[in-house]
Design a protein around this ligand. Structure first.
Ligand SMILES: Cc1ncc(COP(=O)(O)O)c(C=O)c1O
Length: 404
């Protein structure tokens, strides 16, 4: 009898789709002269002193495993940094776990706390891995839609509306991938009240927090009564342009970090020691690099948001992250049709909003972590494309938010 491989794939794995981003970028592969505003990754190379720290670690023969929790020196530096920037205090000995990116941290946080059938609430449009990661724990993903009119902030009342006796976890990500939405302190306080009322655990993904352009970034973990019920996730990929190092961390209540550590020790064992040494250098001395990159992203953001609005594609001002999320409804195409045709006809790669959940339909994610002169050419091409589709600024709805 022929071996039927698909029959051996677990049902919950069969049920999850491939990432909409990957699917789209398979088309981009091999196409010459494409300008990509697609993959969410800094165009900067990791700052030299951080790369040098990795090289120096290798030169010193730092090639071993580390403690499952990660290097103590790195955990101490993280505790100091999180205390200084987020106002939350964690014990480096028992409350911080170094992970293989925020990706692993999110996966093991969910696996540590979700039982089959538990409901996990998150806001949409959101990072592509949230819903599949919840499904892999046999949890039930419950999406709350965010709207452009609200600057893609999630409303406390909308969260409360979907709470049931099975609700267990709330996942937050601000600034948000793909919308650049942020939350103010009063908005977070309203969410904290819902969390307390319904005894929820929070997982907060803070990966874009350093890329906040206006206003203060506040973490839910810093509000009264929240640190003890929050798993705080952060990493080095975006703030320090270290995506390839695959390094991140989780902070939280001792018992939850211990539970996550059990999964981590049996699956990853530890994060790469070379990446941990590089991260240590980044967190100790990398702030000026982050500030310089943030300033570049701010200039690019102002340019691209203004350009989309001028083209007749209403685009709210993202106050954080490096993504613009213009509405492409005036073009009369679905977001996937728009993205595929834009790629074929004008060689600009952007991600259809629908890749980030049904709430993203009608939008396009354009990553502006690309050099300004490339963004200028991309915007010219997008303008040519939308003009052919009959979009003009005059037919566009009112502008939402405005660049400074
Ligand atoms: C919201 C969000 N969380 C997590 C990640 C993954 O980050 P890491 O590179 O630390 O695994 C990304 C990457 O794009 C992201 O956008």
């Amino acid at each position: 009898m022929a071996f039927d491989a698909p029959r051996f794939i677990a049902r919950n794995v069969q049920a999850i789709p491939r990432s909409g981003i990957r699917e789209f970028f398979d088309i981009v592969q091999g196409m010459p002269d494409v300008i990509s505003l697609g993959v969410g990754e800094p165009d900067f190379v990791t700052p030299w002193h951080i790369r040098e720290a990795a090289i120096y670690a290798l030169e010193r023969g730092r090639t071993s495993y580390t403690s499952n929790l990660g290097l103590m020196s790195l955990r101490e530096a993280i505790a100091a940094s999180v205390g200084r920037h987020f106002g939350v205090s964690y014990d480096p000995k028992r409350q911080i776990l170094i992970t293989v990116g925020v990706s692993e941290a999110l996966d093991i946080a969910l696996r540590a706390v979700v039982n089959p059938g538990d409901e996990v609430i998150y806001h949409e449009p959101c990072y592509v891995s949230y819903s599949p990661s919840i499904a892999l724990t046999h949890g039930v993903a419950v999406a709350v839609s965010c709207r452009a009119e609200d600057g893609f902030a999630v409303r406390a009342a909308a969260i409360e509306q979907v709470v049931t006796p099975r609700s267990r976890v709330l996942v937050l990500n601000f600034p948000t991938n793909p919308t650049g939405g942020t939350l103010t302190r009063p908005e977070l306080e309203a969410i904290a009240a819902v969390v307390l009322r319904h005894d929820l655990l929070v997982i907060t993904d803070e990966i874009y927090s350093e890329l906040t352009f206006e206003g203060e970034h506040v973490s839910l973990a810093s509000l009264p009564g929240m640190a003890e019920r929050t798993i705080f996730l952060h990493g080095f990929s975006k703030a320090y342009a270290m995506t390839g190092f695959r390094i991140g961390y989780a902070c939280g209540p001792v018992e939850l970090i211990e539970a996550m550590m059990k999964i981590h020790q049996y699956s990853m064992l530890c994060a790469s020691i070379v990446s941990q040494e590089a991260a240590l250098e980044a967190i100790r001395h990398g702030e000026p690099d982050t500030a310089a990159m943030r300033e570049q992203y701010r200039l690019r953001r102002n340019f691209i948001v203004r350009a989309f609005n001028n083209l007749g594609l209403p685009c709210h001002l993202p106050r954080g992250s490096f993504y613009a999320f213009p509405c492409i409804r005036p073009a009369g195409l679905s977001s996937k049709e728009f993205a595929v045709r834009l790629l074929r006809e004008e060689k600009v790669a952007c991600v259809p909003g629908s890749a980030f959940g049904p709430a993203g339909e009608g939008y396009l994610r354009c990553c502006f972590a690309t050099a300004l002169d490339r963004i200028e050419v991309a915007v010219d091409r997008i303008g040519r494309f939308t003009q052919r589709l009959g979009v003009s600024p005059a037919t566009a709805p009112a502008l939402i938010g405005s660049p400074p």
